[in-house]
Design a protein around this ligand. Structure first.
Ligand code: GTP
Ligand code: MG
Length: 354
């Protein structure tokens, strides 16, 4: 019942008008609209820096609008109260959904799949399977919740031009699903520069509603910022902009009960003498924002996934592979767990698999 306000909260959001916010009259409402802030929710998840620039006001004024918007959402029970008791927190966690990755082993590592209300980061070198996991998630997210999906649309933000609809089609078919339905359900946005990406993230709330998405994928989160801001002097600026964007994503994940998946590259750190001399790019900014970080590594034909950072997952690793079915289990894991056909996110299809 109460936890319906979490996922069903969108109904109330639609009913609210930006002028219902204390201190927002027609003039301010227009300024906000011109800056791309259409709804109370847009305002509530803005950051003071970005808003003050957008409406040409001081940071204090911007912050006071944001606080008023959040206050309104709380009063109408769209946002949780400032302090909630632990049992309510538990209830909120229970409205959390999980989406299978396509590999049982990887799902086990993640204690059941990728979570809503959280941001999961996959990072690793080229060819380690980051984009393949993202393509597989596009197929599985559409499946019913009882069978490991989210019964939802997907928003796929492609910054590297590596999204391939044919690959989604192939994965769907190999898993016995109708590719047409799945492809219709994935909204792709090809992003060309860092400002474009920031703009899309800023308006993401609207797209999440439009596409009924419970999964937002950004492949990759940092490549554009990394390419455009390379000098030392611009590093602080880059980190600040990334930070704003990532925090906005986390707020969206919590408020809309959606899963956010980001991918990230690695850079070599020559100062590491022991272990793997690679680490995720973006430094602490991305690391701190991600709820879960998974490091992917190639190991011959297979991949190793390792949980690097998580509030409650044990540090562990597992193996998976990439096949025509996308991210997948190794043969030996499949025989241990039962045949591929009996896996929970599969349906028997009349169509012959190719
Ligand atoms: P970058 O984006 O370059 O950093 O790498 P990535 O981690 O996103 O790599 P990606 O997920 O694209 O993995 C590429 C690898 O997946 C390839 O080297 C292949 O091993 C495998 N792969 C990609 N497509 C297919 C396919 O259709 N069938 C099979 N069996 N494997 C595939
Ligand atoms: Mg990739």
């Amino acid at each position: 019942m109460e936890n319906e306000s979490q996922s069903g909260g969108n109904v109330a959001i639609i009913d609210l008008d930006i002028q219902d916010i204390e201190g927002v009259g027609p003039t301010t409402a227009k300024k906000l609209r011109d800056a791309g802030i259409i709804s109370v929710m847009d305002l509530a998840v803005s950051s003071a820096e970005e808003l003050s620039e957008g409406i040409n006001a001081t940071k204090e004024t911007a912050a006071s609008f944001i606080i008023s918007a959040q206050k309104l959402l709380r009063e109408t029970n769209v946002l949780d109260k400032e302090f909630i008791t632990a049992d309510t927190a538990l209830q909120k966690r229970r409205s959390m959904l999980r989406c299978s990755t396509g590999s049982y082993a990887l799902d086990d590592l993640l204690l059941g799949g990728i979570e809503t209300q959280a941001m999961t980061e996959f990072y690793g070198e080229f060819g380690s399977g980051k984009s393949q996991i993202c393509h597989t998630l596009c197929v599985i997210a559409k499946q019913p919740i009882e069978t490991g999906g989210l019964d939802s649309g997907v928003i796929y933000i492609d910054t590297e031009g590596t999204f391939r609809p044919e690959r989604v089609e192939q994965i769907a078919r190999a898993r016995g699903f109708d590719p047409t339905e799945i492809l219709k359900n994935v909204a792709i946005c090809k992003v060309y520069n860092s400002s474009h990406l920031e703009l899309i993230v800023k308006d993401l709330g609207k797209y999440i509603d439009d596409f009924k998405a419970k999964l937002v994928i950004i492949d990759s989160i940092i490549s554009l910022h990394r390419a455009e801001f390379s000098g030392r002097g611009t590093l602080a600026d880059r980190q600040q902009r990334l930070n704003n964007m990532l925090h906005k994503l986390i707020r969206l994940a919590e408020i809309y009960n959606i899963a956010i998946v980001i991918t990230n590259q690695v850079q070599s750190s020559p100062d590491t003498f022991f272990g793997d001399p690679t680490k995720a790019t973006g430094g602490n900014v991305v690391g701190h924002a991600s709820t879960y970080r998974i490091y992917l590594r190639k190991s011959g034909e297979n991949r190793i996934a390792k949980i690097m950072d998580s509030p409650y997952h044990p540090y562990s690793d597992t193996r998976f592979t990439v096949t025509e079915r996308g991210a997948d289990d190794l043969e030996e894991q499949t025989t241990k767990k039962g045949s591929k056909k009996s896996r929970k996110n599969e349906t028997d299809s009349d169509e012959e698999e190719v």
